[in-house]
Design a protein around this ligand. Structure first.
Ligand SMILES: Cc1cc2nc3c(=O)[nH]c(=O)nc-3n(C[C@H](O)[C@H](O)[C@H](O)COP(=O)(O)OP(=O)(O)OC[C@H]3O[C@@H](n4cnc5c(N)ncnc54)[C@H](O)[C@@H]3O)c2cc1C
Length: 431
């Protein structure tokens, strides 16, 4: 792997130097695909492309040491079964598994702050899904480090870390990413994996649909005395869902959705006050609690790109679609984008097609955008249904979900959906 320095990828020289310039900009790297953003989705995309025999360059402003930092920071994701299969096929899961906590049960209930939760109205039991289960809880830094470590040892992938993309050009034959030091990265296809505020999408003139929620996701981890036994809890409070997600050891990750105004005062509160507010929601069923790591706050919004592709450009991960964390699906959907895009362009390359051609990229758009609109609508609807204190609605949702919980086939369908096990999966995610 190149150490953030200017370097050439395999196949350098195919696109030549920029013309009509007195001092041509240096070419940092050339490859089949230039990936803007080396988060989980960008790194996974590079590995998927390498399996298809395609070279790639990842550009990210964060220095490698910072991306690989192994400090526990409290952020964690529910890695669905389909994503786990993909990570295993990419040779990454083995490095993750010692720190992955299987989710054994998901218990869903409804309540108010300081009150006992209402009787349980939904129970998802992993044994109903067979040995594969739903998925695992994994800390963000574990996934990130495992992916980047694999990237470092994968031929055909260059990681230009500590390098932001400040602009891009796309012409009929080539896409060019311009780095903050003026150097160029040239490729046949540019992929924006640069997160929710995607600069690449804005620059390409791609409009977005969506809105801000008056909610903030407060995230931290807690240590507790009693074992959690792999049980995840989703408690619906009037301000939004409060999720208690089991991690390895006697620890849980909390994803606490709070009204923006309240979240702002909690952000500024001392650890003691913060912990006190957690206890009022969490209760004492796991014994005494202490904070384990930093506290994080993420303003929540919904944002879906009107198109996932443009000339020689594709979007993947949060740059394509950023959703509410209520169902823990954002990263899982981003991984599905990465696997699908690599499959589409890999097949096109084998057929001798231009991987940046509109007809090729259209296949990716048709595969991933409708699914993304569906999950964006579903998470938005769930958030509206559950984040309120309107008494008749509370009763209606309790009755509705209790009935749903008693319908075995429907419940199992929902569980398979959460595990990401469906018929339209890219081959890397299939069993
Ligand atoms: C509170 C909360 C809880 C969540 N829980 C879950 C969960 O349980 N399960 C789940 O599946 N998902 C979850 N998600 C969603 C998940 O965090 C995201 O979907 C996922 O991190 C998106 O990854 P990404 O690589 O697309 O984007 P990001 O992680 O945002 O990465 C973008 C990368 O692009 C780089 N970048 C930005 N600008 C540039 C530029 N100009 N040039 C080069 N690089 C650039 C950045 O440095 C960064 O590395 C949660 C989200 C929140 C907020």
């Amino acid at each position: 792997m190149m150490d953030g320095a200017l370097s050439s990828a395999p196949g350098a020289g195919r696109f030549g130097q920029a013309k009509n310039s007195e001092q041509p900009s240096p070419i940092a790297a050339e490859a089949d695909v230039a990936i803007v953003g080396g988060g989980a989705v960008g790194a996974a995309l590079a590995l998927c492309l390498a399996r298809q025999g395609l070279t790639s360059v990842i550009c990210d402003p964060v220095p490698l040491e910072a991306s690989m930092a192994m400090d526990f920071d409290g952020r964690a994701y529910a890695v669905a079964l389909a994503t786990r299969r993909m990570l295993r096929k990419l040779g990454v899961w083995e490095a993750i598994i010692p720190n992955a906590q299987p989710i054994e049960d998901i218990l869903v209930s409804d309540g108010r702050v300081g009150e006992r939760a209402a009787p349980l109205f939904l129970h998802f039991d992993r044994r109903e899904l067979g040995p594969d289960g739903f998925g695992h809880m994994v800390e963000d830094h574990i996934i990130r480090a495992a992916l980047l470590n694999k990237v470092a040892h994968t031929p055909g992938v260059i990681h230009l870390h500590g390098k932001a993309v400040v602009a891009s050009r796309r012409d009929p034959y080539c896409a060019t990413a311009i780095l903050d030091n003026g150097a160029l990265v040239k490729a046949r296809l540019l992929v924006g994996c640069d997160g929710r505020g995607s600069r690449i999408a804005v620059e390409a003139g791609i409009d977005r649909a969506g809105w801000r929620y008056d909610q903030v996701g407060l995230v931290c981890a807690v240590r507790h005395e009693k074992p959690h036994r792999g049980v995840a809890h989703e408690l619906f409070l009037p301000s939004g869902p409060f999720a208690i997600l089991p991690l390895t050891g006697e620890r849980c990750s909390l994803v606490w959705t709070e009204r923006a105004e309240m979240a702002e005062s909690l952000r500024n509160a001392s650890d003691e006050v913060y912990l006190g507010e957690i206890r009022r929601r969490f209760g004492d069923f796991l014994g005494p609690l202490t904070l384990a790591g930093k506290r994080w706050a993420y303003p929540l919004n919904l944002t879906v790109a009107q198109s996932f592709v443009a000339s020689r450009l594709a979007l993947a991960g949060d740059s394509a679609r950023g959703i509410h964390p209520i169902a823990g699906q954002g990263m899982n959907y981003g991984m599905r984008d990465a696997a699908a895009l690599a499959e589409v362009v890999g097949r096109a390359a084998r057929l001798g097609e231009d991987i940046g051609a509109p007809t090729v990229l259209e296949r990716y758009e048709q595969w991933r955008r409708p699914d993304s609109v569906m999950i964006a609508t579903a998470t938005d609807g769930l958030n509206r249904l559950f984040s309120n204190d309107f008494e008749p609605l509370r009763w209606a949702r309790r009755i509705g979900l209790a009935a749903f919980g008693n319908m075995g086939p429907l419940r199992r369908t929902a569980m398979r959906f959460a595990a990401g096990d469906r018929s339209d999966l890219p081959s890397l995610m299939r069993g």
